[in-house]
Design a protein around this ligand. Structure first.
Ligand code: SF4
Length: 108
């Protein structure tokens, strides 16, 4: 009887352990998918207009040379991504090649 209970316990422990391991992995995958699927900020977005957001930093006359969304502290996209989230545009994506007046150098 004890052997049966031990077997049930082992099976339950394996399932709990697998769940604990997989939950963070699933969460990270979901976060990446959500950011990648977020619609791009459009030119008529009020915040974009106020911050002079552009999809091409090289055309922003106020931009410091080399500054762009990809190297901004507020950019949430993965390294090497073409677009990603920005803390100033919740639920939307900006182009990695973009720029706005709130650009701040990434420190890491
Ligand atoms: S705050 Fe940074 S990442 Fe966001 S739009 Fe402006 S330059 Fe791009």
């Amino acid at each position: 009887m004890n052997e049966v209970i031990d077997e049930v316990r082992r099976g339950l422990l394996k399932k709990v352990t697998l769940g604990v391991v997989l939950i963070p992995v699933a969460g990270a995958a979901l976060k990446t998918a959500v950011a990648a699927d977020a619609p791009l900020v459009t030119a008529d977005d009020p915040t974009a207009k106020a911050l002079k957001y552009t999809t091409d930093a090289s055309k922003a006359t106020d931009a410091k040379p080399g500054s762009k969304c990809a190297n901004c502290a507020l950019y949430q996209g993965a390294a090497g991504s073409s677009q990603g989230g920005c803390l100033l545009f919740p639920g939307k994506s900006v182009m990695a090649s973009g720029w706005c007046m709130s650009w701040a150098a990434k420190t890491t």
